[in-house]
Design a protein around this ligand. Sequence first.
Ligand code: DON
Length: 565
Amino acid sequence: MPLPAALLATACNAPAAETPGVTVAQGTLESGGGMVVSAYPHASRAGAEVLRAGGNAVDAAIATGFALAVTHPAAGNIGGGGFMVIRFPDGSSTVMDFREKAPLRAHPEMFLDESGEYSYRIHHRSHLAVGVPGTVAGFAQAHEKYGSAAWTGLVEPAVALARDGFEVSERLAGSLAGRLEAFRDYPATFAQFFRDGEPYAPGDTLVQADLAATLERIRDHGRDGFYAGETARLLAEEMERGGGWITEEDLARYQAVEREPVRGTYRGYDIISMAPPSSGGTALVEMLNVLEGFDVAAMGANSPAHAHHLIEAMRRAFRDRAAHLADPDFSDVPVARLTSKAYAAEIRATIKADAASVSDPDDVAGAPGWESSETTHYSVVDADGLAVSVTYTLEGGYGSYITVPGAGFLLNNEMGDFNARPGLTTDRGLIGTEPNLARPEQRMLSSMTPTILARDGELVAVVGSPGGRTIINTVLQIVVNVVDFGMSPADAVAAKRLHHQWLPDAARLEDGYMSEDDAAVLTAMGHQISWSGRQGIAHCIFTGEGGVLVGVPDPRDSDGTAAGY
Ligand code: DON
């Protein structure tokens, strides 16, 4: 479906339309000023207009995030949570943690049914699957500490998109139409995303009046517009109705946290990434440290040797993830050891040059399963070089499917990222290790990996992706593509990816990752492989020749858009 002509001149690899001073393109875009790359054109434009009006990259990230909550309802959100990694022009960095929390009533056995059996439905698709949302608190805290523009102007574009409506893309129309039956059980959601019970067609205007009213409260009252008053009351009432445990007290108590990033180096590049409660930065740095001891460049991109060494690094980092990673406010996470060069050397010594290792579930008390791929990542850089990398999520696509009646926003189902119950391990991959069990006000373990790459004090790239546990490996491969293979920004993002997560002991390769002959070589080494359609959606920004910003929407997403000025 063509996007609105006023918004976008060219659909691909563009120079593109001029909206007042801002260029918007669904393809690689170069810009001398600021840049935003996100999962929907209106959201990228909202962020870029904030930059053009003099806001900084944190301001633009907030505006983009609120706009995505309107235009990308599968993952953009105010009812979920996420992480923001910030690198300042002087090279210093910080991270904002606005991951959801378990409510005060939570306990490790809360996902068992009346007969004491683990219930997937309770864990992933019920009111008990909803964590206390963090996004609005995170944005408010980031704004208070590092923003420069007025808050109201950062929320207003989202208010307008919800109140006046926006043009539905082909991908969004298809995504919503695919939920026609599933949403029937959720009347407020069905009413919000279907018109008179019928799906929106591409090009139709989607208006979300209740969401507009909630966003107005957030615009006018900041975090209190969400965590207190009308919005909090409506959310708590929906919990009460549906047997959920989040109360107005849980909402009032929620706080975002500023943390130290996880930092590492890879062949002279600096890696700045997300700290626990995400496993992302820790596993990323662990894998890069392992790969640093191999001559990856000599292997050739996507060769059997390259794939083998990636898989072996992934296998080991994901074992450590299952064993150790969780909310650092509740358990000691050995980040320093896991990200040390010395530990990587120990691990590297266990990797054979041309034979697969075997993942042993007894290495820890259990093994993780596969995950679906709904979350969204966006990248922002301003003219001063302030860089912001945001990944946030409702967990599954459209989260819990529960829209808060009268408030118009979807609630997450992030409690599903806690381990199912103490000790439970299945070959589908549930784990029962202690650190990531549900407890009052604990944050559930994440894989989101918003990351910033720098070298010699200069910004190199802002990277991240959705995709559950595949996120960490997607980011890993983009870094390797840039550093080891010297790929152009567009090639580094477009290149086919693979995923291995220790257990199940199988690698999943994107279709076209390598030839059949090369795949046979990998199999002969002992690797189990399967093929998949798509891994990740990495909306990234790079610094190109002469310091120009290069925005690269991942070509895997037809709505991905760069906007700059
Ligand atoms: O935080 C996480 O790692 C996941 N909840 C992210 C979700 C995602 O990417 C989609 N997959 N379930």
